[in-house]
Design a protein around this ligand. Structure first.
Ligand code: UDP
Ligand code: MG
Length: 336
């Protein structure tokens, strides 16, 4: 058999791929299938849905296989060997997707699939990246709402990335941008932010938001904190630069302080009062130093993760749409 050349531009001419990461979503999958496919069928374009099973341990893998049997014309399923995390799963989906445009969607129906045409309409107007803003965030605890708003503001100040609502994953990407995200091969990355860097003409549209249709959130407070720290340290070295400025200011102040103490010792004599004030200052400085070490650690951790060069994910199996099977085996393999 002739070798299949797998270039994005010649990838069998599909218009649209919808990438859905799935991790233990048995409670919502049936409803997702029921709502997603009719929306896409109505578009009247050649599409595929790319489900990426992120090492689910519930009934999701089997449900995806059943759905593949029902709609083998337009369904692709990528099974990852282990749980690689939402963003790695999406990168696996990008790598497998063959469409000229790629839309990402959460499986839990918090982003209504009915909004997909709105994103595509924005792409028709020439945008290569379409983000989304949740009209009214629903079903998430108040602390997530507040902290995510704060993080949004912090990110807007510290990185070159302009996103009104960084948490919403319903987004559309031009093929080239998705390819660039795959090629970046960044561990612990935040895809919407990375894609934004590659986009020539980004835009955002307002979409509805709903409560999770079933099951529960896969993000704990710890994972969320980690994700947000990654967003800052992955896209900006401003924290490091600010920290050296703080260090500089404190050294200047302490120099003045030491000079004053030396003069005072010569003129007035030694002193022991105010020793607790000194302790106070000392503890503050220790706090600053520890914070700095932690900050350095974040960056070194990122360098460490990246330098190990492990694959972001491993594909166990791929179910390929019928129309593709004559074109040879599907591109599979690891993320590196
Ligand atoms: N997800 C995944 N791997 C993970 C965690 C989540 O593929 O390790 C998927 C999950 O199945 C869902 C999407 O990522 O489709 C968003 O997850 P979730 O709804 O739990 O996040 P939240 O909406 O609470 O931010
Ligand atoms: Mg969700």
């Amino acid at each position: 058999m002739a070798e299949v050349i797998d270039l994005p531009s010649v990838r069998r001419g599909r218009n649209l791929s919808v990438v859905v990461p799935v991790y233990n979503e048995q409670a919502v999958l049936a409803l997702l299938f029921e709502r997603l496919y009719p929306v896409l069928d109505r578009l009247g374009v050649q599409y595929e849905v790319v489900f990426v099973d992120d090492g689910s341990r519930d009934h999701s893998p089997g449900m995806l296989r059943k759905q593949y049997r029902q709609r083998p014309d337009v369904t692709r399923v990528v099974y990852l060997r282990t749980n690689a995390g939402q963003h790695a799963a999406i990168i696996a989906g990008f790598a497998a997707a063959t469409g000229a445009r790629i839309v990402t969607l959460d499986a839990d129906l918090q982003n209504p699939p009915e909004e997909i045409p709105k994103l595509l309409a924005a792409m028709d107007q020439g945008h290569d990246y379409v983000g989304s803003i949740r009209r009214k965030r629903k079903g998430d605890p108040w602390w997530r709402d507040t902290s995510s708003r704060l993080m949004n503001q912090l990110r807007a100040r510290m990185t070159p990335i302009l996103m009104t609502d960084q948490g919403c994953m319903l987004r559309a990407y031009d093929r080239d941008i998705a390819d660039a995200v795959v090629a970046s091969n960044e561990s612990g990355s935040f895809i919407p932010a990375l894609a934004y860097l590659f986009s020539a003409n980004p835009t955002e549209v307002v979409v509805e938001h709903a409560e999770r249709a079933g099951g529960e959130s896969k993000y704990s407070l710890f994972k969320l904190t980690h994700l947000n720290l990654n967003l800052l340290t992955g896209f900006s070295i401003l924290p490091l630069q600010l920290f050296s400025l703080v260090g500089l200011a404190i050294s200047a102040l302490s120099f003045v302080f030491v000079a004053y103490m030396a003069l005072r010792r010569l003129i007035v004599g030694p002193e022991v009062e105010g020793v607790f004030t000194l302790f106070g200052i000392l503890f503050f400085l220790i706090g600053v130093i520890l914070f700095g070490i932690g900050l350095l650690g974040e960056y070194i951790g990122r360098i460490f993760e990246q330098s190990r060069g492990r694959p972001l994910y491993l594909v166990r199996e791929t179910l390929v749409p019928e129309s593709d099977s004559h074109a040879g085996p599907a591109p599979s393999g690891g993320g590196r």
